[in-house]
Every structure is written in C-alpha cells, then in structure tokens.
Design a protein around this ligand. Structure first.
Ligand SMILES: *[C@@H]1O[C@H](CO)[C@@H](O)[C@H](O)[C@H]1NC(C)=O
Ligand SMILES: *[C@@H]1O[C@H](CO)[C@@H](O)[C@H](O)[C@H]1NC(C)=O
Ligand SMILES: *[C@@H]1O[C@H](CO)[C@@H](O)[C@H](O)[C@H]1NC(C)=O
Ligand SMILES: *[C@@H]1O[C@H](CO)[C@@H](O)[C@H](O)[C@H]1NC(C)=O
Ligand SMILES: *[C@@H]1O[C@H](CO)[C@@H](O)[C@H](O)[C@H]1NC(C)=O
Ligand SMILES: *[C@@H]1O[C@H](CO)[C@@H](O)[C@H](O)[C@H]1NC(C)=O
Length: 929
C-alpha cells in the first residue's frame, strides 16, 4: 500500500509531513483518511522528524490536522518525501532507509548538514534523489549505486569531498547526475561513460583534475555537459564535438589547452550555450561553431584565441551574449568590422564584449544599429580609433558602455545623455576633446563615470551633481578649468573615489566636500586650487586616501584633518600649508604614508605612529621644522620642554582671565540696558512659510530615525531642507520640526502662544523660530508644525544627566561652559521678562528646555506655556498658589530630585493654572539630542 503526498505550495510541505505524522499518532482519522498502519514507516518518519528541525524563521504556517494535502492511494507506505526549501536544519536520519517503498527524496534547498547516510543504498526502488543546496559533508556514499533504478542524482551545492565513486557507473538508468559546486577531487571516473541514458552531467565547480575522458563521446544523449571550474588539463577530446544533442557545453575555467578543430561546430547543430572562457586555448575561433542558429550565449573570453572575429554572426538570430574579451583577436582593416554589421541582425543581443584584444581601425557607425536590447557594450583596451557617433543615443538599454583605453577622438556626443539606463560609462584614456557634455547630468542611475586621461576642456558641468548614484567619478588628467562645482560634492553616494587630479582647476575647495561622508579616496592633486582646507573636510569620516599635492592651498591643517582617523595615505606636498604638524596624526592607526614636503610647516615633527617610520614620512622642504625621528635629520627643537610648557601655562591663564573679564563685562552691560538685536527674524517668519511637502522631504517622511523628542503636544524631528531647494530661503539648513499633536487638548493653543511669543522675541538666547507650517497632511488631517533652528548639542539635561550608553567623556561641561550657559539662560529670561512690550514668563524653565547650539551657546526653548504679564502671574502665584498655579515646572528641578524635594516656595509637578491656561498633563515636548 502507498501513501503519496501532493504538496502544492512548498512552504506547506512540511505540514503534509506533519499531518502524516499526526495521522499516524491519531488513529481516529482512519475513517476519513486511509492511514499509514505500517509501523516501520511511521517510526521511520518520526525519527526523520526528530533529526531535522526548522530554522528560527519557522516554516510551519499551518501545523494542524485539519488541512488535507495528503492524498493516499494506498495507505501504509510512503513513496514520496518532498520537503524542498522549507528551511530545514539538522541531519538526515539513517531511518530514511526504512521507508523501503520510497521512490523520490527531495530535500533540496534546506540547511541540512551532516553526512548522506550510506543506508540510503537500501532504497532499491529510489528513482529520484535531490539533496542539492544543503550543507551536506563527507563523501558521496558508494552505496548509492545499489539504488540501481536511480534516474536523478542531484547533490550539487553542498560540501561533499573525496572522489566521485566510480560505481555510480552502475546506475545505468541515470538521466541526470549533478554533483557541481562541491569539493570533489580526483579524476572523472571512466565508468560514467557507461551511463548511456545520461542527459545532464554537471560536475562543475569542484576540484576535479586529470583529462576529460575521450570516451565521454559515447554519451550521445547528453544535452548538458558542465565541467567548468575544475582543474582539468589537456585537450578537449575530439569525440566531444560529436555529441550532436548538446545544447549546453561548459568547459570554462580549467587548464585546458590546444586549438579547437575547425569543424568543431559541424555536429553541434542544437548548441545554445557554449562557455570555454578562462582556459589556455589558442589558434582561431572555429567559424563552424557559429553555424548553429540556436546559439544564444558564446563566451570565449580570457584565452589566447587569435585571428579575426568570425564574420558569420548575422545568422544567429537568438544570440544574446557574445563575449570574446581578453584574447588576441586582431582587426587591422576597417573591413574587419563587417562582423558588426552582421551582429545588427541579432535583435536579441544583450551583451557584446570585445575588450582587451587588438582590434584596430575606425569604429563603424553601424554600432548604433545594434539591438536596442543591448545592455553591455564593452570594447575597452583595444586600438579603436574614430569618433563616438551621435547615434549612440539609440542604444537606450545600455547599462554598461565601456570604450576606455582606445584611440577615440572628437567630442563626447551630447545624445549620450539619452542612455538613461547607464550604470557604467567608461571613456577614459582616449583622445577625446571638447567639453564634458552637461547632458551627462541626465544619467541619474550612473554608478561609475570615468572620463579621465583625455583632452577634455572647459568647466566641470555642475549638473553632474544630478548623478546622485555615483560611486566613483574620475575626470583626472584632462584640461578642465574653473572651480570644483559644489554640486558634485553633494553626491553622498560617492564612496570609492573622486579623482579630479591633473587638471587646471582653480578656486578653493568648497566646504560642501564635508558631504562626502562615504568617500574613501579623494585626489585633487596637480591643479591650481587655492584657499584653505575647509574644516568640513573633517566630516569625511571614511576617507582613507587624500591627495591634494601640487596646488596652492595655504593655512593650517589641524581642523580639517584631526578627525580623519581612518586615513591611510595623505599627500599634501607642494602647497603653501603652514602651522604645526598636528600631533593627532601620530595616533591615526592606519596611516602608513604621509607626504608634507615643500610646504611651510613649522615646529616639532611628531615622533610616534607613522612618524616613527622615516620611510613613510616626507617633510622635505619645510624650513622651520625640528625634532622628529632622527632619520629625518631635522635640527633638534631647543628649549622645547621647559620654555614651551611655561609659555602655554601663562597663555592659558591669560586667556582664562580674559574670558572671565569679558563675561563680567557682558553681564554688566546686560544689567544696564536691554539690548536691541540687529537681526530681524520676524520678516523671515512672515515671509518664509513652508509647505507640508517640504517638511516631509526634509525629515525623510517624518521618519523614526529623525525623531529627536516626543511629548504629549507632539513630536520633534530633526531635518535638513534640500540643498537644491531653490525657492526656500532655508535651503540646506538643519532644522528641528515640532509637529503638534492636534488631538491633544491645548496643543493648538500652545502653538499659537509659542508663535506669538517667539515672533516678538528675537534674542540670541531664545530659540529662533524659522517658520511655521499650518496646513493639511498627506492623510487630509490638519497639520501644524513649528520649524526651529536645529540645536546641534541637544538639551542641557542631556549634558547634566547623560545617558549611560553615551560616551561619558565627551558629555562633560567644564566650569567655563557652565558659567556661560547660566549667563545665556539668564540673558534669555531677562529678555523675556523685560524685553517686550509686555513681560512674558516662561513657566517651564528646566534643563530639558534649555538647548545648546554648535558652539555651546544656550537658548531658552519650548515657550508653548509662556504667560504674561509677569505682574499678574506673580500676584497669582503668591496668593492662590493652590487654586491656580502653573503647568510644567518652575525653577530648576533636577529630574531625579523632583520626587524628594517638597518645597512650598517651589511649586512642583502638574499644577493647573487659571481657566484659560492649557489643560492636560504637560509632556516633555522637548527638542533635544
Ligand atoms: C529500521 O528498521 C530496522 C530493522 O529493519 C530497525 O531495527 C530499526 O529500529 C528501524 N529504525 C527506525 C527508526 O524505525
Ligand atoms: C488549520 O489551519 C487552516 C489554515 O490556516 C485553518 O483554516 C483552520 O481553521 C485550522 N484548523 C484548526 C482546527 O485549527
Ligand atoms: C533539485 O532541486 C533544486 C531546487 O529545489 C532544483 O533547482 C534542481 O533542478 C533539482 N535537481 C535535479 C537534478 O532535479
Ligand atoms: C562499462 O560496461 C561494460 C559492460 O557492462 C563493462 O564491461 C565495463 O567494465 C564498464 N566500463 C567501466 C569503465 O566501468
Ligand atoms: C541581415 O538581415 C538582412 C535582412 O533581413 C539580410 O539581408 C542580411 O543578409 C542579413 N545579414 C547577415 C550578415 O546575415
Ligand atoms: C538632458 O539634459 C539637458 C541639458 O542638461 C536638458 O536640457 C534636457 O532636458 C535633459 N533631458 C532629459 C530627458 O532629461
């Protein structure tokens, strides 16, 4: 009796299996379903089940016994075990051999490890065995050959070792033998040539050695032969070319050699794919191979084929891929290019790779008539001359256009901008002249643009900055002039290199270079750049190689470089840089080459890190350097130890006194007169309303990543207005956006209060409101938001009580900073109280509402609860503190101290103020971090 499982969608197949087991355990099902009463089979199933498990993802969607995938022809015996791609783990139990009626085992595409149990040889009825794509180790058990009715053996993509058992040659019914992608070694057993029914033989990607048995020509039914990726030597046996059923022949990536016979293709009339790449074949490519009109893929790359490219390609209507890269094919006369005219008839052509040969002559303009399906066109590293035609714009599917290292002349045609699918454009190392066409800015998918080593002139078109997917950009070694457009420095995807070296670029390095946060290599050397290194360069945190030699850069380098700890090579030679060589460079762990020669550096050369190795450092031609490694042969630094320390101490004292003096003076000034602020932010507030869409974009769709604070009145997001937002006066600005939760009672009122207060209060210690947004969001709901300046250093609270996981060292305020913050807050409050027509009282001053900007200047924020006039408030608070009162916190209350600090003078906690005050509990609507 038989049980046959018909499991349709693969994820549910284990269920079938599970159902089987459940059925076995529960005989009451026997009425509805014929049941496995064969005890051996259900025991075997149970023990198979206990050996495998599902991976953590879980692939048992319906583990219950009411789903009936199981159709049972004859109860009791299992004949199919179909459990492919279920994420199964564990090993194959030897008990599988007790399912003696099994005809099919498919456990492919799981993560099963361990060995293939040799007991499997007991399954005499087995016809199909597929254990591909698992992690099985050990050897192929020779006992498999006892399963003499096997038609399919699929063991590919495992970790099997040892030799291919020659006894497999006894499975005379075999149609498919797939052992590819393992670690099998030794020779291909001769016995396999006895498998006269064999249709598919895949032994690729192993470590097989020796020669291809010439008897393989006996396997006249073979349609697919894959011997690629081994260490096979010798010739391709002549008999192989007689396998007239072959549709796929793959001998690539071995050590095969010899000349392919001219008649190689005569019998192979059904050939669809032929791969012989990466061997040592020489001689001409046999024309006869191109007689098969069925050919789709031809890969002869990386051999030593000589002669011309076959001319008879035009008949290959199905040809998709022709790869002749890296051979010694020649093309001297222009007529030789007529093969290309033929190829224009191959309307399915997707890839044409002819690079690294010796193709000369003029590039024919028929190239533009190639299939519009063409995706890869690569002819680099030849001797092709002539122009690139305007018609190249026809090849609209191109993703790779690689014509580098040829002798092409003329200009780059503007229609190249029509190739909007391009990912790689390489025209480097030619003789192209004229300007870089601005249409290249239309190629927004471009990942790599290489136009280096030509004779291009003019400016770098700023709209290259539209290519926001560029990973590498090379315009080096041309005659480009003008400045470095800041637009190309905003391509934040640039990560491999930006090479503008050896041109005639002028101007200074734009500060936008700091946007290149993913970039590993910058080369601006040998230009005419001037100015200082922008300090923003320090934001390029993954920079490994920086070369700016041979320019006119001046100034100090410590600001720009001291944070670039990943630096490996640094070449700033031949500039006008000055000042001390930053000591911090000696702490850069990966720095192994540094060239600072021919500048005006002065003072002591560091001794450690890269500086300890004199051959890694060059400081020649800096006349005022001293000390350092003795191999550098610099004069010693005199008085350094005593004099310098004394000098620094004195200087620090003077500065400290100076600062205190200035502070006192400022306090004095503030107490004298309320100062008028020169900036008129009101005009901005009125003028620059911002749309919901822009805020949406700036905050990345109000993404959780940008959330910096959450409270009952709403959430605060950080954001950045687009750099190219031309209509916005806030272009490129860092902002904080408080989005009001309008469901919260009082939020709307708080919005109005805050806007009113801030609109009239312009002071450097009161948070600046940039604009507001009042409209409808994408869901059609009312939307109100206030946009503030972004305060880079977060709230005072985060400094006073840093989170445990934040780096404790950096989050410390020194005495001077504390004083300054206190003064700032006092100034801000003073301005609120005394500055306007009516006094305003903040009502919720606490560390979390004091924000610190980049320079640690403090601003009072969160004025949603502010009230005025002060007199009324003070009166109220003194007399009826319990019936009226305040929302929020009055006075400074450290968060952890508030619970144990009951003080009648400092009313704490959520007290209600009078009737029209905001109701509901006050959240921590803060803008911090
Ligand atoms: C498999 O069968 C053998 C004997 O035929 C028995 O000894 C063994 O216990 C069985 N194993 C399982 C797991 O059922
Ligand atoms: C079994 O799973 C199926 C599929 O999810 C579900 O429809 C059915 O209700 C389940 N039966 C029981 C008894 O849980
Ligand atoms: C084995 O199974 C895999 C995927 O489950 C399939 O791709 C492959 O063709 C099968 N092998 C054979 C020889 O049938
Ligand atoms: C192939 O089969 C023949 C007859 O069945 C046998 O004599 C011979 O040894 C086999 N060849 C190999 C290499 O196993
Ligand atoms: C290309 O096709 C045209 C028209 O179908 C035909 O005349 C020409 O001979 C073909 N060229 C080649 C090289 O097959
Ligand atoms: C391509 O770029 C040019 C100039 O940069 C521009 O005028 C043209 O509109 C762009 N074409 C497309 C389709 O974007």
């Amino acid at each position: 009796m038989f049980v046959e499982t018909f499991a349709q969608p693969s994820p549910s197949k284990l269920l079938v299996y599970a159902t089987l087991i459940l059925l076995l355990c529960n005989h009451t099902f026997s009425l509805r379903h014929p049941v496995l009463t064969n005890v051996t089979d259900w025991r075997a199933l149970l023990s198979i089940k206990s050996a495998i498990s599902t991976n953590p993802e879980g692939s048992l969607p319906y583990w219950n016994n009411s789903v009936h995938y199981c159709r049972c022809r004859h109860p009791q015996r299992v004949i199919f075990l179909e459990l492919e791609t279920l994420g199964l783990d564990g090993f194959i139990s030897a008990a599988i051999a007790n399912l003696t009626f099994l005809r099919k085992i498919d456990l492919s595409g799981n993560q099963i490890n361990g060995l293939i149990p040799h007991e499997i040889g007991r399954l005499r009825g087995l016809r199909y065995l597929n254990l591909s794509m698992n992690s099985l180790g050990g050897s192929v058990p020779s006992s498999v050959s006892h399963c003499s009715r096997l038609q399919v053996i699929g063991l590919s993509s495992n970790m099997l070792e040892g030799e291919i058992p020659s006894v497999l040659g006894n499975c005379l019914d075999l149609r498919i033998l797939s052992l590819s992608n393992n670690h099998l070694e030794g020779k291909i057993p001769l016995s396999l040539t006895n498998l006269s029914f064999l249709d598919v033989l895949c032994l690729g990607s192993n470590d097989l050695s020796g020669e291809i048995p010439s008897l393989m020509g006996k396997l006249y039914r073979l349609t697919e032969l894959d011997l690629s990726g081994n260490r096979l030597t010798g010739f391709i046996p002549a008999s192989l070319w007689n396998l007239s059923a072959l549709s796929q022949l793959n001998v690539a990536d071995n050590y095969l050699l010899g000349v392919l016979p001219t008649n190689a293709g005569y019998s192979l009339t059904l050939l669809r794919k032929i791969y012989v790449y990466n061997n040592r074949f020489h001689g001409p490519i046999p024309m006869s191979l191109f007689n098969a009109s069925t050919l789709e893929v031809v890969d002869f790359s990386s051999n030593r084929f000589i002669g011309e490219i076959p001319q008879n390609l035009g008949g290959l209507r199905k040809l998709r891929w022709l790869n002749l890269l890296d051979n010694q094919l020649e093309l001297r006369k222009d007529e030789g290019w007529s093969f290309l005219t033929g190829l224009c008839n191959c309307t399915n052509l997707e890839k044409l790779q002819l690079g690294s040969n010796s193709l000369g002559g003029l590039l024919p303009n028929s190239i533009a008539n190639l299939s519009t399906k063409l995706q890869i066109l690569s002819m680099s590293d030849n001797e092709i001359s002539g122009n690139i035609f305007h018609e190249i714009g026809n090849l609209v599917s191109l993703t790779v256009f690689d014509m580098g290292q040829n002798l092409l002349r003329g200009s780059i045609p503007a229609p190249i901008g029509l190739l909007t699918n391009l990912h790689v454009l390489d025209l480097g190392t030619n003789k192209l002249s004229g300007e870089v066409p601005s249409t290249l800015g239309n190629l927004t998918l471009l990942n790599s643009l290489h136009l280096g080593s030509n004779e291009l002139s003019g400016m770098i078109p700023p709209n290259l900055g539209n290519c926001q997917n560029l990973i590498s950009l090379n315009l080096s070694n041309n005659k480009l002039t003008g400045g470095i457009p800041k637009e190309i420095l905003t391509i934040s995807t640039l990560s491999i290199y930006l090479d503008l070296a050896r041109n005639s670029l002028t101007g200074s390095l734009p500060a936008e270079v700091g946007s290149l946060k993913n970039l590993g290599e910058i080369d601006f050397s040998r230009n005419n750049l001037s100015g200082e290194l922008p300090s923003s360069l320090g934001k390029c945190q993954v920079l490994k190689n920086l070369r700016i030699s041979n320019n006119f850069i001046h100034g100090n380098i410590s600001l720009a470089l001291s944070t670039l700890r990943g630096m490996q090579e640094l070449d700033l030679s031949q500039n006008n840089l000055s000042g001390q060589i930053p000591y911090v460079l000696q702490d850069f762990p990966f720095l192994y080459y540094i060239n600072l020669s021919y500048n005006n550096f002065e003072g002591e050369v560091p001794r450690n890190g890269v500086f300890a190795n004199a051959s890694a450092v060059s400081v020649l031609g800096n006349n005022n350097l001293c000390g350092g490694n003795s191999m550098l042969q610099l004069p010693p630094c005199t008085f350094q130890s005593t004099w310098k320390k004394y000098w620094f101490a004195t200087l620090s004292l003077i500065i400290a006194f100076g600062i205190i003096g200035v502070c006192l003076f400022l306090i004095f000034c503030w107490m004298q007169t309320p100062r008028k602020e020169p900036i008129n932010i009101e005009s901005i507030y009125v003028q620059g309303r911002i749309s919901y869409a822009k805020l949406m974009r700036a905050t990345n769709g109000f993404s959780a990543d940008n959330l910096i604070g959450l409270g009952s009145f709403g959430a605060v997001y950080r954001g950045k207005i687009d750099d190219d937002d031309k209509d916005s006066m806030f272009r490129g600005m860092q902002i904080a956006v408080k989005v009001l939760n309008l469901q919260q009672h009082g939020a709307s009122k708080s919005f109005t209060t805050e806007c009113d207060v801030l609109k009239n209060m312009i002071h450097r210690n009161i948070i600046k409101i940039l604009t507001t947004c009042s409209g409808v969001d994408s869901m059609g709901n009312d939307f109100k938001a206030i946009v503030y300046e972004f305060m880079a250093n977060g709230s005072l609270e985060s400094w006073l009580h840093p989170d445990v996981n934040e780096q404790g060292e950096t989050k410390k305020l020194n005495f001077l900073q504390r004083i300054n913050i206190a003064i700032d807050v006092a100034s801000g409050l003073y301005r609120l109280h005394k500055g306007g027509e009516k006094p305003i009282i903040h009502c919720d001053i606490k560390p979390s509402n004091i924000l610190l900007d980049e320079d640690m200047a403090a601003c009072v924020s969160d004025l949603g609860l502010a009230r005025g006039p002060v007199e009324a408030l003070v009166r109220t608070s003194l007399h009826t503190i319990n019936s009226y009162g305040f929302k929020g916190t009055i006075g400074y209350v450290a968060p952890d101290a508030s619970a144990k600090l009951p003080s009648p003078l400092l009313p704490l906690g959520p007290l209600e103020w009078d009737g029209d005050g905001p109701k509901g509990s006050r959240g921590e609507g803060r803008q911090a971090r």
